[in-house]
Design a protein around this ligand. Structure first.
Ligand code: URA
Length: 248
C-alpha cells in the first residue's frame, strides 16, 4: 500500500513538473521577460562615437572636435546647453571655458560636483563664430540628445538658456518667462522634470541676473532632494548676521 502511494505521489510530481515546464504553462506562470537594456555607459560611448563621426550637417566641416557630452551614466541630473564654443571645440568637452567655470561654481553652490552630472548640448558641433544654431542643424542633431536621455533616464533635466529650453519644449516663448518654472516633460526614456534656467554666459554678461539664477538653483536642489530622497546634501543654513559688538 505504502509503495503504491509513493508511486502515485512520484508520478503526480513528475506530471506537474512536466506541465509547469511546458511553454503554455510558462506563459501563464511567468511574467514576460522585460527586454534587456544594454548598460547605459556602453550606449553613451556608442552615441559619442557616432557623434564624433557625424556628417549630418555642415558643421562637421568647420569643427575641430565634436563635443558629445560627458558625465556618469547613473545620474539623476542632466544639464543641456546650447552648443560648443571655441574652448569646447578645441578640447572636445562641454562647458570648459569661462561659462563652464561659472557653471561648475553654480553646481557647487548647491552641493553638486560637476563630475556627478551629465552635461550635454543641443548641438554637438560649434557653429562658426558662435552664431545661433540653425533649425536644420538642431533637427539633425536632435537624435543624439534624445538617445542620450533615453540611456540616462534622468529625474531632472536643467536647460541652460534660450536655445535648449525652446528646443526641448518646442516653444518660441522667451527664456525670461520660461525660467524658474519646472515642467513635467517626456523624453525617449520616460518622464522627468524639465527646469529652465539662465545660461552661465548670459550671467557673465548680466551679473545682476545671478540673483534669479540662485533662486532657480535652490529650486533645482529641492527638486533633486524630493526625487532622490538624499542627494544633494542639504544646503547650509544662511549665516546669521553678525551680532553687534557689545556696548560700553
Ligand atoms: N555654452 C554652451 O551652451 N555649451 C557649451 O558646451 C559651452 C558653452
Amino acid at each position: 500500500m505504502k509503495e503504491a502511494l509513493r508511486r502515485i505521489v512520484r508520478d503526480l510530481r513528475a506530471a506537474l513538473a512536466a506541465e509547469a515546464a511546458s511553454p503554455a504553462a510558462k506563459a501563464v506562470l511567468l511574467p514576460p521577460a522585460a527586454p534587456r537594456r544594454p548598460p547605459a555607459a556602453l550606449v553613451l560611448d556608442r552615441i559619442a562615437a557616432d557623434v564624433r563621426a557625424c556628417v549630418r550637417c555642415g558643421l562637421c566641416r568647420s569643427r575641430r572636435h565634436a563635443v558629445p557630452g560627458e558625465g556618469p551614466a547613473e545620474t539623476p541630473l542632466v544639464l543641456v546647453g546650447e552648443a560648443p564654443g571655441e574652448d569646447e571645440d578645441r578640447l572636445g568637452r562641454p562647458f570648459v571655458g569661462r561659462a563652464g567655470e561659472l557653471l561648475t561654481k553654480m553646481l557647487a553652490a548647491i552641493g553638486v560636483a560637476r563630475e556627478e552630472v551629465f552635461i550635454a548640448n543641443v548641438l554637438k558641433c560649434r557653429p562658426p563664430g558662435n552664431r545661433d544654431p540653425a533649425p536644420d542643424e538642431v533637427a539633425q542633431c536632435r537624435r543624439y540628445l534624445e538617445a542620450q536621455l533615453e540611456a540616462l533616464r534622468p529625474l531632472v533635466v536643467v536647460t541652460l538658456g534660450r536655445v535648449p529650453t525652446q528646443s526641448l519644449l518646442g516653444t518660441t516663448q522667451g527664456i525670461l518667462s520660461l525660467r524658474g518654472v519646472p515642467r513635467t516633460w517626456r523624453h525617449a526614456g520616460g518622464t522627468c522634470v524639465l527646469f529652465p534656467t539662465l545660461h552661465p554666459a548670459y550671467l557673465l554678461r548680466n551679473p545682476a541676473a545671478k540673483r534669479d539664477a540662485w533662486e532657480d538653483l535652490k529650486q533645482v536642489h529641492a527638486l533633486l532632494r524630493e526625487k532622490t530622497g538624499s542627494w544633494p546634501p542639504p544646503l547650509a543654513a544662511p549665516r546669521a548676521a553678525p551680532s553687534p559688538p557689545p556696548r560700553g
